[in-house]
Design a protein around this ligand. Structure first.
Ligand code: FES
Length: 139
């Protein structure tokens, strides 16, 4: 089970129940990796909310930095959801507070550990170049 931040409210986000596709774009290299999410495999890892973009990236073999362990207490897992964002859980006030301290924030910005897609749309997720030492192929 993922860690829990006692200083924030519990999330009501529901992981996807149907398969969908995420195209991860590693901005630094231009590499794109398409990952088909199998809801039966959620959670793929042990970090972030179950079914979050961070969790799904782990399933795809991609690492995104997550300094606080995926509990909405930093902004290192900042990504940009450029397509399909409306199918994701809404950012909570706690997430928005953390994003206030992130660099290069725009309307597509999300904390990948808190952003949970519901599976009704395919996603395109950009891992920003400034995350360059931290976004890398997994094992
Ligand atoms: S890993 Fe710290 S907020 Fe997502």
């Amino acid at each position: 089970m993922a860690g829990v931040n006692p200083y924030i409210g519990a999330s009501s986000a529901e992981p996807a129940k149907t398969p969908f596709k995420i195209t991860f774009v590693v901005e630094e290299t231009g590499e794109e990796k398409i990952f088909v999410v199998d809801p039966k495999q959620i959670p793929y890892g042990r970090i972030g909310l179950e079914g979050s973009v961070l969790d799904l990236a782990e399933g795809a073999g991609l690492e995104i930095d997550h300094a606080c362990g995926g509990v909405c207490a930093c902004a290192t897992c900042h990504v940009k959801v450029t397509e399909g964002g409306s199918s994701c859980s809404k950012a909570t006030e706690d997430e928005e507070d953390q994003l206030d301290s992130a660099r290069d924030v725009d309307t597509d910005s999300r904390l990948s550990c808190q952003c949970v897609p519901n599976g009704t749309q395919d996603l395109r997720v950009v891992i920003p170049a400034w995350n360059k030492n931290l976004a890398r192929e997994g094992h």
